[in-house]
Ligand binder design. Structure first.
Ligand code: IFG
Length: 489
């Protein structure tokens, strides 16, 4: 299956094929890394060597594949030039080069994703791609509270996401069923609520030590992915209250919960212990997180009065900024007047939201995650074994057929920070389940976040997506063989 220059997801901004040219990588091919490109050059060699079996030496001398930086381009922008004599990949910064490498991988035969040497002609179609993202925040979210996923499973997830130029991973670290991040000043959070029997159906234990979390952060950062940690509050806090009953109104620990009900737990907005706890937790998580964002949850606080909810959010937002981070929260937090740096994450299916529109008018950037389009835990169809359906079923075309700048009145292009595809794990039990719900819908969200709005076209997308079945098979990544896609073998 010879690749065309435009066979890329997300669709590049500009594709100028040169049918008279192509370049074939062979055992004599070397990689030249200009100053500042060494990390990505090493990554390129690392991802090409297993399947090709070639040495692909990286140096600073002349070579057929050249990586270079050009500060005139945006950080995530790149230019890929493929000619008979060789390939030149130029990035505005290493992140742009990294995205260009993902494009390069997609232009090679599917065998390039194999983990052992394969026989193939490693041909690249000729021409030039000039590419840049529409939105700076293109994310996925993994709920590790309902079901825990190990460091290695998260790393594997990151590897599958970056192939589609995703650059943020939001980890939902705490909820009613489990607390998954070690907090030194409150050790029972993980000792009890990260221990045996935690999670939906009691499938625990599991939690990240600080070293584990640092390992995830470093792995993601080396792939230009920013980790966004979420500590959900004031609702979704049963696990914290099981570990520390002083966080409840009556001081009595509630029973551990392994069901999937939501909206029954709440911190006590009027107790000072609440803010001592929240302050310690946010401080420790902020210290572990090099990225600019700290997510404070804020969703489904049905057990918190509207007045207490506002009082709580108004007390907590300044804590996040005091620790040098930008607060992100589910859009309910826009019930208060948000500072412009705060990011409401819109997640529901309603056609509009006054709080979010007000926050946008006040200068906030909105992260778009409408459940009826981006929630990867929604069933593909009514027959799907995995997933929920409270936002309706979400097929691939439904995940593709919307625009974040047109979804909410009062939230236009300039107010959109980007898009994020949340994957809640109530019904998931394995990495294969995570992959099956993620692929092939995540590529749709990735294209919406990256590609020019004008060029988006379902027929083009489904045609390009069809070629990814063999690529996921080569990697051992599970995917849903949706009948909406004319899959290529
Ligand atoms: N809503 C809850 C999640 C999860 C989800 C499952 C948000 C922000 C339903 N909150 O989505 O905890 O249960 O689809």
């Amino acid at each position: 299956m010879t690749r065309e220059l435009g066979d890329v997801i997300p669709a590049p901004a500009e594709v100028r094929p040169d049918a008279a040219a192509h370049f074939t990588i062979d055992d004599g091919t070397a990689i030249s890394a200009a100053s500042g490109t060494e990390q990505v050059a090493a990554y390129l060699a690392d991802v090409l060597r297993p399947a090709t079996g070639f040495g692909l030496p990286v140096g600073d001398g002349p070579a057929a594949i050249v990586l270079r930086l050009d500060g005139a381009l945006g950080d995530e922008e790149y230019r890929l030039e493929i000619a008979a004599a060789g390939v030149t990949l130029t990035g505005g910064a290493p992140a742009g080069l990294f995205h260009g490498v993902q494009t390069l991988r997609q232009l090679l035969p599917a065998e390039v994703f194999a983990t052992a040497p394969r026989q193939a002609t490693w041909r690249l179609p000729g021409g030039t791609i000039a590419d840049r993202p529409r939105f700076g925040y293109r994310g996925a979210m993994l709920d590790v509270a309902r079901h825990f996923f190990t460091v290695d499973e998260v790393k594997s997830y990151v590897d599958s996401l970056v192939q589609f130029k995703i650059n943020h991973l939001h980890l939902h670290l705490t909820d009613d069923q489990g607390w998954r991040i070690e907090i030194d000043s409150w050790p029972k959070l993980t000792a009890i609520s990260g221990g045996d029997g935690t999670g939906v159906d009691g499938t625990g234990p599991g939690f990240y030590t600080k070293a584990d979390y640092a390992e995830i952060v470093a792995y993601a950062a080396a792939r230009f992915v920013t980790i966004v940690p979420e500590i959900d509050m004031p609702g979704h806090v049963n696990a914290a209250q099981v570990a520390y009953p002083e966080l409840t109104a009556d001081g009595v620990a509630p029973p551990q919960r392994t069901d999937v009900e939501v909206g029954y737990s709440s911190f006590v907005a009027g107790k000072e212990e609440t803010y001592a706890f929240v302050g310690d937790v946010l401080r420790e998580v902020a210290e572990l997180t090099p990225g600019p964002y700290l997510h404070i949850g804020g969703d489904e606080a049905q057990a918190t009065t509207a007045e207490d909810y506002r009082a709580f959010i108004e007390r907590v937002l300044p804590l996040v900024t005091a620790y040098g981070k930008r607060p992100v929260g589910w859009h309910e937090m826009a019930a208060v007047d948000l500072p412009a740096a705060a990011v409401p994450q819109f997640w529901r299916i309603e056609a509009s939201d006054d709080g979010t529109a007000r926050a946008a008018a006040n200068g906030s950037k909105v992260l778009m995650s409408p459940a009826d389009r981006t929630y990867l835990d929604m069933k593909y169809t009514a027959e799907s074994r995995l997933g929920l359906d409270w936002a309706g079923t979400v097929g691939v075309e439904k995940a593709y057929g919307w625009d974040p700048a047109e979804r909410l009145p009062g939230v236009g292009e300039e107010s959109v920070l980007g898009v994020e595809a949340p994957l809640w794990s109530e019904t998931l039990r394995s990495l294969a389940d995570v992959q099956t719900m993620t692929f092939p819908r995540l590529p749709a969200i990735a294209e919406i976040g990256w590609s020019p709005r004008a060029g988006r076209d379902w027929e083009s997308f489904r045609g390009r997506l069809a070629a990814f079945a063999p690529r996921w098979r080569e990697q051992g990544v599970a995917f849903h063989p949706s009948p909406e896609i004319p899959w290529v073998d």
